[in-house]
Write a new protein. Structure first.
Length: 668
């Protein structure tokens, strides 16, 4: 997942505000992230916002074609404070700092709409005659920001649009905070944890009676659901996870949906899906729903067959008649794992010995170096937690700063392990967006919640997926920060990261793993084939679920918004596994409160392009020639061109969906 730090004009707030002071805005050669504490955030927040507003007034008072450069400088100014504050709100170990960051963000985020509602800036941008395709694209991007933000609305509607945008941002911050800081634990006896590996048991907290105290982090929940033999215990953990965020999040979601609908109405649109999709690749709700219909048609029978196999395995495991046991949602991971072990001899927990976490990170780095001609160098810099690591990224070859060869590119932070109060999924965060115009290098942060000892295969794919987002950010070479890295259309942003998952599936790539970890056990060719066959089992169920999520998202945002919890219960109730009373999944479906609103379909839409782009490698996944061409055509370009044009330039043809439909039905 790519987390959109501040959606703004682009970025954050440094104390310099005069546009003539270019030296004050110049970036240091090797910048690192400022580590603000609660006091610093509180002390600086109002000043930073005031400085941004002063700069905005200066730009509004000017005339001439320099507005793009002016905008770029203000975006940089705003991001240099706001982006780090946003990341700290998600990763700081200090609750006071997280709270201060949230309070500050509630003040900062409305500035995005203030910029988008400036009639003076809108007129300056409209008057620009683009000198090239990049400026032409940037002009169109800015005009769309103004139109969507309310600059073209009558004054009374413009004011209401600002109020709506501000409240939606506040609701989203509170919703995510409730998920990140959910204190729920599940207390189980050792007997209820039967089936779990000794290493997993040893790493769990215990109470005074020796019972296990389980949190909701993924290294705890996923292995438990896959291995615990007690269906009662699995139900307890599943229910706790599916109540994450709590009842308090449901009215926040409901309010956000109503506000989005009102915003669309202000703009003369029938609903929020119509309002937002006009800027994306899909363009219309009808196109999205047609796509989801095709996905459903492709996976429906596959899911039915897979669930029947799981039901048969449950009957075998419980010693009951195959027609008797009912398959529940908390049964699926457990029996999928049993079938995979029996049929494919693949044990996800056993794979952790093959993919030690530290070596897996080195593998991801080695892949990037081999494919893209870059070099990672670990450095000791101040970080927000002792586990966090930092790397400088350089071009390969030559001496540092001696031209393109060996030149400094940017920086990467890795925050890999779970802890209390931390963002509890896996995502890439922009710390610093790059800009060639400002000679500004990028910084990205990878935030995950992995097992410290080793990764299973699913987690290895997750690592490569999120690392793909990081590379998209750090290898960006765009003129303007607003077009840097992952600042692309929402239904394309996942494509580069999804494509990078393929390097967790092929023997040629695993040979490279042996270079970073010669002491690790190696998978044989037969085991790799079995691993891929194991991965394919369950694809029908997985993509049926993805379609459900996307269909739910579209239902909430098409027409007048329905009650979110009731709508989910009804939609899920029509599926083969049904709805579980008491579960409140919408309370933790964070995509609905962020940039994926009316956009969750984008995960599958992007995957169509990701899997097709793989064809350019012609099966040779370590081909540096194709890798460098991909870097130049796709990753470096960021949002400077429409994704369709980028993909066609890379492939030399229009994309097809053949590989995608083979993937989701387990035939690729």
């Amino acid at each position: 997942m790519q987390v959109s730090t501040m959606k703004l004009v682009s970025s954050a707030v440094s104390s310099a505000c005069a546009l003539t002071m270019s030296a004050a805005l110049a970036a240091p050669a090797r910048p690192t992230m400022p580590l603000f504490d609660a006091a610093a955030i509180t002390a600086r927040c109002d000043t930073e916002l005031a400085n941004a507003r002063k700069t905005k007034k200066v730009i509004e008072s000017k005339t001439g074609r320099g507005v793009f450069a002016d905008w770029n400088r203000l975006s940089i100014q705003f991001a240099d404070f706001g982006y780090p504050v946003y990341l700290l709100q998600n990763v700081s170990t200090d609750k006071a700092t997280r709270d201060a960051a949230q309070t500050c963000l509630e003040k900062l985020l409305p500035f995005e709409t203030e910029m988008a509602q400036s009639e003076l800036l809108y007129r300056r941008v409209r008057a620009v005659k683009p000198q090239d395709l990049i400026d032409q694209t940037f002009k169109q991007d800015l005009i769309e920001k103004f139109e969507d933000g309310g600059a073209t609305l009558p004054p009374e509607k413009r004011k209401r649009a600002q109020e709506i945008a501000d409240e939606i941002e506040r609701l989203g911050l509170q919703y995510r905070k409730n998920v990140n800081e959910d204190p729920t634990t599940v207390v189980l006896t050792p007997a209820e944890a039967a089936g779990l590996p000794e290493a997993w048991l040893a790493a769990r907290k215990r109470d005074a009676s020796g019972n296990l105290v389980l949190g909701l982090d993924y290294p705890t929940v996923v292995p438990f659901m896959q291995n615990a033999t007690s269906d009662t215990a699995r139900r307890k953990v599943w229910m706790a996870k599916n109540r994450e965020g709590g009842e308090q999040n449901l009215p926040l979601l409901d309010r956000a949906l109503k506000l989005r609908y009102e915003l669309a109405q202000l703009h003369g649109m029938s609903d929020f899906a119509t309002y937002t999709l006009k800027r994306r690749m899909a363009q219309t709700p009808a196109a999205v729903n047609e796509f989801l219909g095709k996905v459903n048609a492709a996976v429906d029978e596959v899911e039915a067959r897979e669930l029947a196999e799981l039901g048969a395995d449950k009957a075998k495991f419980t010693g009951t008649d195959p027609a008797t046991p009912m398959l529940y949602r908390w049964d699926v991971p457990f029996h999928q794992e049993r079938v995979r072990r029996a049929r494919f001899q693949i044990d996800q927990e056993a794979l952790r010995a093959y993919f030690p976490t530290d070596k897996s990170v080195q593998y991801a780095i080695k892949l990037a170096e081999r494919l893209y001609g870059i070099k990672f160098v670990e450095r000791s810099v101040p970080t927000w937690h002792e586990d966090v690591r930092y790397y400088d990224v350089f071009e390969q070859g030559g001496k540092k700063d001696s031209g393109k060869a060996g030149a400094f590119i940017g920086g990467v932070y890795l925050d890999l392990y779970p802890r209390e109060g931390k963002y509890n999924h896996a995502a890439a965060f922009t710390v610093r967006a790059g800009s060639t115009l400002a000679q500004r290098t990028p910084i990205s942060a990878l935030v995950t919640n992995f097992n410290r000892k080793g990764l299973d295969h699913d987690e290895l794919e997750t690592l490569l997926h999120e690392f793909g987002h990081v590379l998209h950010g750090v290898l960006s070479k765009t003129r303007y920060v607003d077009q840097a890295g992952t600042s692309v259309k929402r239904d394309f942003v996942e494509a580069p990261s999804q494509m990078f998952e393929e390097w967790a599936r092929r023997e040629e790539a695993f040979n490279l793993f042996a270079e970073v970890c010669p002491e690790c056990p190696r998978l044989t060719s037969a085991q790799i084939d079995q691993l891929d066959a194991s991965r394919k089992f369950g694809q029908g169920s997985r993509f049926a679920r993805q379609r459900e999520y996307a269909a739910y998202d579209m239902k909430l945002h098409t027409g007048a918004p329905p009650a979110p919890m009731q709508t989910w219960a009804e939609l899920e109730g029509k599926t083969r596994l049904g709805h579980v009373d008491g579960s409140i999944f919408p309370a933790s479906f964070g995509h609905l409160m962020g940039g994926y609103a009316a956009g969750y379909y984008g995960y599958m839409w992007s995957q169509v392009l990701a899997l097709d782009m793989l064809s350019a490698f012609k099966g040779k996944l370590l081909d540096p020639g194709v890798g460098r061409r991909y870097r130049q055509t796709i990753l470096s370009a960021g949002g400077e061109r429409h994704p369709q044009a980028l993909v066609e330039a890379f492939l030399g043809r229009k994309p097809t969906s053949d590989a995608f439909y083979a993937e989701i039905t387990g035939r690729r």
